[in-house]
Design a protein around this ligand. Sequence first.
Ligand SMILES: [Zn+2]
Length: 206
Amino acid sequence: MNVFEAVKQAVTARQAAEHYGIRVNRHGMCVCPFHNDKNPSMKLDRRFYCFGCGATGDVIDFVSRFQGTGSREAALMLAQDFSIPFESGKNRAKPPIRPRLRQETEEQRFRRMEQHCFQVLSDYCHLLRRWREEYAPRQPGDRWHPRFVEALQKQSYVEYLLDGLLSGDLQERAAIVLAYNIPKKNGKMRPLSIPMHEGQGNADVI
Ligand SMILES: [Zn+2]
């Protein structure tokens, strides 16, 4: 296993942040080190995401940006600081250049999609939170506003998807990205159609 894989498997973004002196609260949130943040707006788990500036990535991205180093230096630093064994790769044959380039491009593309997906979901999540308050019925007899109903139905599920993107492994994240990477139409949020089936364990969103 090379140093990148070994580090990503062994250390979470949250553990690394705490190790390098960032205070993470019990909700897994911290003050974002990448923008002028007053209240904790970054969520950390296996990966990290900032609701303020949109910074996101894995543990190596976090450390490389935080320490101002390249990814390789960040990975090596983590391996040393967390005593993670890895294959140095000195004795391995160099992979041919063409497939490697192609692979990097695909990874970059996935990252872009993932970031976009996270952005769409977190925008939607913010919107639902707002609707839940703004459109809540004021009197016991009031008719429920459709936006209030939508907030009740979808908020937990959207939060669940966001958590999946933060803490899931690559396969889980890819599944979420492929299923929910819906482009914004004319720059406006298009309502997500989230399939909800009975008996899937999301009783609170139905
Ligand atoms: Zn930020």
